[in-house]
Write a protein that binds this ligand. Structure first.
Ligand SMILES: [Zn+2]
Length: 191
């Protein structure tokens, strides 16, 4: 089943998600549905908060990029799937900057400063403890998703001026869209 991804400025995105006590079949189904939704929407990570569920679970799949015989980049999904329950970053070091985007903040990309390397403890989808050492894009994506579980968006990590500019633009776009929908309904009502 595909899930609906909440978009900024939906207030639910500010929710601090709750720790999962037991990994159940229902939770495994949620993780599967999140992964399917993430692929359809073209993301590399998705947190439950983004689909309106206040549970500390995230899915990730950093695609493997290789070159084909013509030198064109091919990216392969499904090799790096991570389904993490109650992820906790236990150690982080270094600094890196990456131009991030987010399925909940469509059309916006901005440079965000993060730790370059981290260690993470979590449970997998069988409820077993796992420890992950992450660098590169995986480390960045994990920090982005854990932020979602704490109600924080990547645009919240930008400088004040840039953040305000983006937020104002997004709120204006959302209001214009709501007006369009209202207009469409009004037209229908007349007919
Ligand atoms: Zn995101």
């Amino acid at each position: 089943m595909l899930l609906n991804i909440l978009k900024y400025p939906d207030p639910f995105l500010k929710t601090k998600a709750k720790t999962v006590d037991v990994v159940t079949d229902e939770l495994r189904e949620l993780l599967d549905n999140m992964l399917k939704t993430m692929y359809v929407e073209g993301g590399i990570g998705l947190a439950a908060t983004q689909v309106g569920v206040a549970k500390r679970v995230v899915v990730l799949d950093i695609p493997i990029t290789t070159e084909d015989e013509y030198g064109d980049e091919q990216s392969e999904q499904g090799k790096n799937v991570l389904k993490l329950v109650n992820p906790v970053i236990t150690d982080e070091s270094g600094e890196t900057t990456y131009e991030e985007g987010c399925l909940s903040v469509p059309g916006v990309r901005a440079d965000v400063k993060r730790s370059a390397e981290l260690r993470l403890q979590a449970m997998d989808e069988d409820g077993k403890d796992v420890e992950i050492h992450a660098t590169g894009l995986l480390a960045i994506a994990i920090q982005h998703e854990v932020d979602h579980l704490n109600g924080v968006l990547f645009i919240d990590r930008l400088g004040l001026v840039k953040r305000d500019l983006i937020k104002r633009r997004l709120k204006k776009a959302a209001a214009a869209k709501a007006e369009d929908i209202a207009d469409a309904k009004a037209e229908k009502a007349v007919l």
